[in-house]
Design a protein around this ligand. Structure first.
Ligand code: NAD
Ligand code: 89Y
Length: 338
């Protein structure tokens, strides 16, 4: 029997969720919901879903899903997670998880009170290059990691698909910074303090569309995390995160064009870590689209008593705390202890 799921939020990005769910044999999306009924109807038609509507409470009660996948924008997350926690065994919430730690903590508590698993759709750590770097670190390929640089700089027009981004004050930190902080925690462990400089680079947008944060980790390692949405490069690297990690006995680099280089005393090994483009995908989004599939592929095991989906809502509280700390550091110039 397939796991019955409901998707809420039939907008730009959730088409990737729907296509990736369709590729998992154990999953059956039985209803799609959007506050705009025309959007829900379009999804039902395009993906062959039997039930659709705009009344989430009524539809969830009617179709009794095992899981709910929330792909709406951040302002709606708390109410929808709290609702879904009353109707399902597992809830997935897109990033940004919440705007405040109060909302995020309430969502984690609501799910815990019902014995419901809560995962945050943090797919960037599931990108193929990051999976490969994580495996090398876990194998001890470069010894203890001591320093990392993670860089996400491009000039791709993100506002064409996501016009709401042009109005967000802390744009780079809340749209991509949280992905980068999650990846850095995944690779280097938790941070204990950070400083951050923010910039407004593109005069056409309202918020800070660039930042540069420096983190100190509990292990003593240091990370430099940077992001800009107004960097002119040809070819444009969007949506790659470029990376260097130095350890005691080697260095790993991921450079443009998906090249992974492992530098060790004997020399350098190089390989291609470009993910395949899903049949439903399109470049340059294939890196993100394949990571959505990798993230969602965790669900059957999580529902059958295996490992919980990563990252969990509880884990994401610290990532959100880092974003909030970086916003404060950017505003005040302080170094913030986490
Ligand atoms: P969108 O505005 O295109 O779609 C959101 C949809 O949710 C809309 O159709 C809207 O009507 C619906 N909606 C909003 N509030 C609702 C509510 N209370 N009940 C039911 N429906 C509601 O937005 P998008 O660009 O698809 O982004 C959605 C989320 O996905 C954002 O949080 C964004 O940050 C995230 N996102 C994640 C990635 C990633 O790689 N993880 C990439 C792009 C976007
Ligand atoms: O919203 C963003 C995300 O999470 O990945 C890329 C993006 O769509 C635009 O910056």
């Amino acid at each position: 029997m397939a796991y019955r799921g409901v998707l809420i939020g039939c907008g730009f990005f959730a088409r990737n969720h729907m296509a990736a769910w369709a590729d998992i044999a154990d999953v059956d999306i039985v209803a799609v919901i959007d506050r705009d009924p025309a959007r829900a109807e379009a999804y039902a038609r395009d993906f062959g879903i039997p039930r659709w509507g705009s009344d989430a409470e009524a539809l969830l009660a009617e179709v009794r899903p095992v899981f709910v996948d929330i792909a709406t924008t951040v302002a709606s997350h708390r109410a929808l997670v709290e609702l879904a926690a009353r109707h399902a065994r597992l809830v997935i919430c897109q990033k940004p998880f919440a705007e405040t730690l109060e909302d995020a903590t309430a969502m984690v508590a609501a799910c815990a009170a019902q014995g419901v698993q809560l995962a945050v759709h943090e797919n960037f750590r599931w990108q193929r290059p990051i999976r490969e770097v994580k495996a090398l670190l876990d194998q001890g390929a470069i010894g203890t990691p001591r320093w990392l640089r993670l860089s996400f700089r491009h000039g791709y027009d993100i506002y064409a698909n996501q016009p709401y981004l042009a109005e967000v004050r802390d744009l780079a930190l809340t749209d991509i910074g949280l992905h980068l902080f999650d990846m850095v925690r995944h690779l280097m462990g938790d941070a204990v303090r950070l400083s951050c400089e923010v910039q407004r680079r593109n005069p056409q947008v309202a918020g800070f569309d660039a930042f540069h944060a420096v983190l100190r980790h509990g292990s003593g390692a240091v990370s430099s995390v940077e992001c800009s949405f107004h960097s002119q490069r040809s070819p444009d690297p969007f949506p790659q995160s470029l990376l260097v990690v130095e350890g005691d006995s080697g260095t790993i680099e991921v450079t443009e064009g998906f090249r992974l280089r492992l530098h060790r005393p004997g020399g350098v090994e190089e390989r291609d870590v470009e993910p395949p483009c899903p049949v439903w995908g399109a470049r340059p989004w294939h890196l993100i689209q394949e990571s959505v599939a990798a993230f969602q592929a965790q669900l059957p095991a999580a529902l059958s008593g295996g490992a919980e989906m990563e990252p969990s809502g509880a884990h994401n509280l610290q990532t959100l705390a880092m974003v909030i700390a970086a916003i404060r550091a950017g505003d005040t110039g302080e170094t913030v202890t986490l």
